[in-house]
Design a protein around this ligand. Structure first.
Ligand code: IPM
Ligand code: MN
Length: 362
């Protein structure tokens, strides 16, 4: 008998529950096929619960979540709740309290998926962003003074310690060594690119750049180091995405460039990410939002949630099952779906889940 994993499932708001059901369907098919067990526990944190109880993600829930092997998240965000409350109270709280200091976001164009980039295909759009996930502008360091007056001051600081930068860089270098494209092709050296803004953010990205080169020189001489300003990174994502392999960056820049990344890989319907604590409990999510206007219609694309489940299995060490899910998603994008967009797939949400689950089982 294979291993058994305790998984916390947080479907959340809007279309979150619909796509989570499909991810679970595919995960169960993989468990059956590859002989491991998934012990799922559902939690109802999200907008509805907040409206009912005023509770976002209480400290007791954090303690509860620590006992799981992994967390699968649907989506957080509710049209009746002011922006920031659920994001900060649930998503960011989980990331911070569980110290999920890496946000791993693959940008892979699967076969048959349309990209807005002219003349680019799956071989060109195939890289990974390692976004630092607990520091920078997201620490909430700052405040107002003289709020509401004509002299109002607002400050929000990008906070990074050497420790935070080093642990993120270490993860990124290791990732580049293990999963870099060149390692897959057994060709040249793998590349890790730092995306920063050393020409303006001369403190924070100076720290990142120094730490990057020091660590690279000392511990990862086999990895080629590149540097791009964040604005130029966006430019090259569009013009020459094939240049990238593994990219490491701070929290805010990582947030921004991975939305662009999601678009060039075919949209939010297919983009997944993992909030990782390599020493603790990680949380996987489709990176799109709760899409309220599509809620309950059965038209939302579940592939991003399914890919989040695939990343979860990879992190748990179920590599064979993860590869099978990825291959099944590729089969479905290449041969079945008309579009990645909600309502245009040519199938309902649950039919897409069925297609992937059948391919996994087959
Ligand atoms: C993301 C989201 C979140 C972020 C929001 C919802 C707080 O945009 O996961 O990229 O900024 O990290
Ligand atoms: Mn974002």
């Amino acid at each position: 008998m294979g291993k058994s994993y305790k998984i916390a499932v947080m479907p959340g708001d809007g279309t979150g529950p619909e796509v989570t059901v499909e991810a679970v369907k595919v995960l169960n098919a993989a468990a059956e096929k590859f002989g491991f067990k998934l012990d799922l526990t559902e939690f109802d944190f999200g907008g509805e619960r907040y409206k009912r109880t005023g509770e976002t993600l209480p400290d007791s829930a954090i303690e509860e979540l620590r006992k799981f092997d992994s967390i699968l998240l649907g989506a957080i965000g509710h049209p009746d709740v002011a922006p920031g409350i659920l994001e900060k109270g649930i998503l960011l709280k989980a990331r911070f309290e569980l110290d999920q200091y890496i946000n791993l976001r693959p940008v892979k164009l699967y076969p048959g998926v349309e990209t807005p980039l002219k003349d680019k295909g799956p071989d060109d759009v195939d890289f990974v962003v390692v976004r630092e996930n607990t520091g920078g502008l997201y620490t909430g360091t700052g405040g107002f003074s003289m709020k509401g007056t004509a002299e109002e001051v607002a400050v929000q600081s990008a906070v990074y310690t050497r420790f935070m930068v080093d642990r993120c860089l270490k993860y990124a270098f290791e990732y580049a060594r293990k999963y870099g494209k060149k390692a897959r092709d057994k060709g040249d050296n793998n590349t890790l690119a730092l995306s920063g803004k050393t020409n303006v953010l001369t403190y924070v990205y100076d720290l990142w750049e120094r730490a990057f080169h020091e660590m690279g020189e000392k511990d990862y001489p086999d990895i080629v180091r590149e540097y791009y300003h964040v604005d130029a990174t966006c430019m090259w994502f569009v013009k020459n995405p094939e240049w990238f392999d593994v990219i490491v960056t701070g929290n805010m820049f990582g947030d921004i460039i991975t939305d662009l990344g999601a678009m060039i890989q075919g949209g939010m319907g297919i983009a997944a990410g993992g909030n990782l604590n390599p020493e603790g409990v990680s949380m996987f999510e489709p990176i799109g939002g709760s899409a309220p206007k599509y809620t309950g219609k059965g038209v939302i694309n579940p592939l991003a949630a399914i890919c989040a489940g695939q990343m979860m299995l990879e992190t748990l060490g179920e590599d064979e099952a993860a590869i099978k899910i990825e291959d099944s998603v590729k089969f479905v994008t290449a041969n079945k779906l008309k579009s990645m967009q909600a309502g245009r797939m040519g199938y309902s949400t649950s039919a897409v889940g069925d297609l992937v689950a059948e391919a996994v089982a087959g």
